[in-house]
Design a protein around this ligand. Sequence first.
Ligand code: BTN
Length: 285
Amino acid sequence: MSGRIIPDILTKETVRAVFKGDIIGREMIFYEVTSSTNDRAMEIARQRNSGVDPGSTSQRKGIDGIVIIADAQECGRGRFGRDWISPAGMNLYFTVLLEPAFSPKEASIVTLMASVAVVSAIREHVNQNVVIKWPNDILIGAKKIGGILTEMKTSGGSISFIALGVGINVNMPLNMLPDDIRSFAASLKAETGENINRVQLLGGVLTKLEYWYKILLEGRREALLNEWMILNSTIGNKVSVKTRGTVISGKAEGISNNGELLLRLSSGTLEKLCSGEVTILKDSR
Ligand code: BTN
């Protein structure tokens, strides 16, 4: 199909025509509609690894890199139990199963990896200043156009698998978003005025994921963190972070090796946060 126009229909054939990875997407599973690609991914991981000793890497049944893609989701999930609006034919919803030999403490780096892959792929498609807001938001200006939901199953102190879910609002008209979300969310088409081919964009994101996942597996975490620093809009700002039922404010000073946010409180204390919801305070640099 290469050299030909790729139809904007998510099938094995169209996606294979734009992307072939060694690890990511070795196997791709497509649904016209499913509940949630993260739920499907976790079911597949459990089925394939049933009977496998979770501590043993040699017994694993090769789920690393399986990609589950849906054209629509009936129960798309965001962080904090929120819904992820998932109509058919206009956006991207997919989950990548990973089995990295990291400790569960280091798993947040995978969210950073996905955000770097998504932002750099979108930047190659549209001429917009797309940025990452720690830890998982993909923004154009102050508008959220994508998000990452990283879920993990651990066993005996190690990672059994990670389900890395990615949602990108591609061609969705704004009137499909509920009123309360419309003030801070958008789609690539709403921001650029252009229709974007989802298959080409998905190919771009998977290509970047393959690149950065290999870098992580080679132990070159610093290269990923450097790229994340270039693409993020959080560090250097005064922020408030809702985390574990409280809100704390301070200056976002940097990121740890595992992807935690380093927050300098007004008392001078440096807090390390592994999750939370960041608000960037106005005029904060
Ligand atoms: C967020 O920003 O809160 C995360 C949104 C993640 C949405 C994606 S869509 C594909 C995958 N399946 C889900 O149910 N959620 C993730």
